[in-house]
Design a protein around this ligand. Structure first.
Ligand SMILES: Nc1ncnc2c1ncn2[C@@H]1O[C@H](COP(=O)(O)OP(=O)(O)OP(=O)(O)O)[C@@H](O)[C@H]1O
Length: 262
């Protein structure tokens, strides 16, 4: 087994998080931990609070109560781009790519944080900016090879089938070299074959880059197959937290899923 695969220490702690939107309590007193190099899935019926939790981890939402400790530091109020700078990248439930731009250019946008030369420097010091662009391109090409999308690198994203667009979105997130990757329903709307491909890529990313992965997914087969640990939310409350085998037999989880709200 790849040494990266060894699950490490806790790198993120969400402590007693409560988040409301007006009268709607999206998250009630949720605590969870993310360990280095693990694949953690957050599951639960529609409206359970999964995306809200991801947005708290990512710094998009600021909880009214509780806090997030990331790599030993209690996080102050911050913006999503600061999360990106700390090595946290994400993909979205609805694909957020530039549809008219090529696959390659979309992935390059994920590399922006890594670029040292800013726009003015690029105009003034053409040579340096060009050298930098070449270096960044090399990394992007590595991601393109890794995700097996060489054949579509020049294609405008909007012309691609859905499954491939999702893969390009993953590529763009990976271009930022994240240490933690948040995936919001990476397999939604995919056929069986596309799901199998995406599962393989998620496992490969985790294995080869050592990336910690937190994902939201509705397909229970997929979740049980690829997760090291699973957190289950229901109506904004945490009702389960454990290995796939523990979750499978957790009576609260079984009741929530058989209760018909899913
Ligand atoms: N920006 C917002 N403004 C108002 N209410 C919100 C907002 N975001 C989420 N909510 C509410 O918070 C609750 C939890 O929503 P959330 O999207 O986190 O659930 P979810 O588990 O991700 O659902 P789904 O599986 O349908 O995506 C829902 O009742 C939702 O309507």
């Amino acid at each position: 087994m790849n040494p990266h695969r060894k699950i490490g220490d806790v790198i993120l702690q969400a402590e007693a998080i409560s988040l409301s939107f007006g009268g709607v309590k999206a998250l009630s007193n949720i605590s969870l931990e993310v360990r280095e190099h693990e694949i953690l899935s957050i599951i639960g019926p529609n409206g359970a609070g999964k995306s809200s939790m991801l947005n708290v981890i990512n710094g998009v939402y600021h909880p009214q109560q509780g806090h997030v400790v990331y790599r030993g530091k209690t996080r102050e109020r911050m913006r999503p781009h600061e999360a990106a700078r700390q090595g946290i990248a994400r993909t979205f439930q609805n694909i957020a790519l530039f549809k008219g731009m090529s696959v390659l250019d979309n992935i390059m946008t994920g590399r922006n944080l890594k670029m040292r030369a800013n726009f003015i420097q690029q105009a003034l010091y053409w040579g340096r900016a060009q050298r930098e662009e070449i270096a960044q391109r090399a990394y992007v090409e590595k991601i393109i090879d890794f995700l097996e999308i060489q054949h579509i690198r020049k294609t405008p994203v909007g012309r691609l089938p859905y499954g491939l667009q999702k893969r390009v979105e993953l590529a763009r997130a990976l271009a930022a070299e994240p240490s933690m990757l948040l995936l919001d329903e990476p397999m939604a709307g995919m056929n069986v074959e596309e799901k199998q491909d995406m599962c393989r890529f998620i496992l490969d990313v985790n294995d080869e880059f050592g990336t910690t992965i937190v994902l939201i997914e509705h397909d229970m087969g997929v979740v049980m197959d690829i997760s090291d640990r699973i957190v289950v939310l229901d109506y904004g409350k945490k009702i389960g937290d454990g290995s796939p085998d523990e979750i499978r037999v957790n009576p609260d989880v079984i009741a929530a899923y058989l209760g018909g709200s899913h």
